[in-house]
Design a protein around this ligand. Structure first.
Ligand code: ADP
Ligand code: MG
Ligand code: MG
Length: 487
């Protein structure tokens, strides 16, 4: 559909049709194809369909394309920050570490220790996702955040597009068995392109034995619910790139791997295979590290010759604080010299304020206390459920010592359009309430201190949530995986 066409209609199927079999059709398709998740109480035997929408959600084509178009610019920007050009990332993180000793501080200390040991691998892989809400006033994309560690749902995003396309083509979107949409439902290429990104790193890695293909270690959480999303990538790695992978938790690295003391090469102990890439699908929250051993294990991985996705500097480039600083065009220019790229990124920002003793920080503090209804307050955390919204902000800030306010950023709220015509499927439950959607664009970039070896867009994710809820994390229980129809 072209952008001149009006907002597309949703299928109007009867509730009876839904209850009489459409839902079981969906469950069958989902389990056949791995559009699945473990339930919140983590009972592996009760794996079920992942939280999804029944229909694709309409998105303006122009905004969608714009988000895709800027992805490689964002990739390059964050690679450039991770390269610690002008020591900027180090200086900013050193300050931030003081106001957030519990997590940023620990990661930063770990990086400094790794540097003392010696960092032997110059290559780094970024597997990124830039998230946007589309402003309801003007259909402009506005960045919510840029994720540099453990970005998820690239696997399930492809699957939900395939499900919606199947439901349409099989006649399930109409009471008379006809197709509802004349065209294919767009399918995110993320399940394949993220595997391509991981394989790029393996291809560039120099193994000790040139005849043996190194493997990828997925570093995962114990009790992870979103396993199938990860497995889809692992299966694609094997089938399309002849690349094996293992799943390890951070808690077992000291037992499950061996670091050669001379070469710093990392080996999988039981098979003896060389690990060429450490791909983090955990390690983004303090709760991922339960003992001191876990931190030591993270250090082992950092000083190993394996490529990290991400290494500590790349992970630290993705803090909310760095995002706030980059909204200052003067700072942004240090990392993106060409004006064309700048002109593309600047309109994707909304205002973000620090809450420190700078001039801008004083403005931020005043806004937080006098007009909180227009803002969200964010700590330096990932994974959903950490933000403070609107009227809760002043009371929250009062409960925190003012010295610690600089660990937070204050961000203007974006107001996307909501729709009432989609359904949300969560387990056996079906909801028909207004939802709004957040668009994520994946990207991968392989780089070292001076060079970029590959920089690619890697598909999309649409997550939708009840309009009534502030947050939209799927794994955190706030949202669901959606697909798109463009108009
Ligand atoms: P996290 O790293 O925990 O995912 P986010 O910055 O993505 O943190 O915030 C979590 C959620 O909060 C987002 O998915 C979105 O639903 C909501 N949110 C965050 N920032 C904004 C904003 N500026 N305007 C509106 N909603 C926001
Ligand atoms: Mg995040
Ligand atoms: Mg987020």
């Amino acid at each position: 559909m072209s952008s001149t066409e009006s907002y597309p209609k949703f299928p109007a199927i009867s509730t009876k049709k839904l209850q009489d079999g459409l839902q079981s059709e969906i469950f069958r398709w989902a389990l056949t194809n791995g559009l699945a998740m473990y339930p919140p109480n983590f009972k592996p035997e009760l794996a079920t369909v992942a939280p999804i929408t029944l229909f694709p959600t309409p998105l303006p084509n122009e905004a969608f394309q714009k988000a895709i178009d800027v992805q490689t610019i964002y990739n390059a920007l964050y690679a450039s920050i991770s390269q610690n050009k002008n020591d900027w990332l180090a200086k900013e993180t050193e300050k931030l570490a003081k106001s957030d000793p519990e997590f940023t501080g620990r990661l930063w200390t770990l990086y400094k220790r790794a540097k003392e040991y010696g960092i032997v691998q110059d290559l780094a892989l970024g597997v990124f996702r830039s998230d946007y809400l589309i402003n309801s006033d003007n259909n402009q994309i506005k960045q919510v955040e840029f994720n540099t560690v453990s970005v998820s749902f690239g696997g399930l995003s492809t699957k939900v597009g395939e499900l919606h396309d199947y439901l349409n083509k099989s006649g399930n979107y109409s009471d008379n068995g006809e197709v509802f949409y004349d065209q294919d439902i767009p399918i995110s290429p993320s399940a394949e392109l993220l595997a391509t990104g991981l394989a790029t790193a393996i291809n560039k890695y120099q193994p000790a034995d040139k005849n043996k293909r190194p493997i990828v270690a997925f570093i995962v959480q114990n009790g992870e619910r979103n396993v199938f999303d990860q497995s889809i990538l692992a299966l694609n790695l094997l089938s399309k790139y002849d690349t094996k992978s293992v799943r390890l938790t951070i808690h077992e690295i000291h037992e499950a791997t061996r670091l050669d003391p001379e070469t710093k090469r990392l080996y999988h102990k039981t098979t003896g295979q060389e690990i060429g890439l450490v791909y983090f699908r955990s390690g983004y929250a303090p709760s991922d590290f339960v003992s001191e051993q876990d931190w030591e294990n993270r250090l082992t991985l950092e000083i190993s010759y394996a490529i990290k996705a991400p290494n500590l500097l790349t992970q630290l480039s993705g803090t909310k604080k760095i995002q706030q600083l980059l909204t200052d065009p003067k700072i942004l220019k240090e990392f993106l010299s060409d004006t064309e790229s700048l002109d593309h990124l600047l309109p994707t920002f909304v205002k973000i304020y620090p809450l420190d003793s700078s001039v801008l920080g004083e403005i931020g503090k005043k806004l937080a206390l006098t007009e909180p209804e227009n803002y969200v307050l964010k700590p330096q955390r990932e994974g959903g459920g950490n933000n403070i919204y609107k009227e809760d902000i002043p009371g929250f800030l009062e409960s925190v010592d003012e010295d610690e306010w600089s660990a937070y950023i204050l961000m203007e709220l974006i107001t996307p359009k909501s729709t009432e015509e989609n359904f949300v499927i969560r387990g056996q439950e079906l909801f028909n309430v207004p939802i709004l959607s957040e668009l994520g664009i994946f990207g991968t970039i392989l780089f070292d201190h001076n060079n970029i070896y590959s920089n690619e867009y890697a598909g999309w994710l649409l997550r939708s949530k009840f309009s009534s809820s502030n947050e939209g994390g799927v794994a955190a229980g706030f949202g669901c995986v959606d697909s798109v129809v463009l108009y």
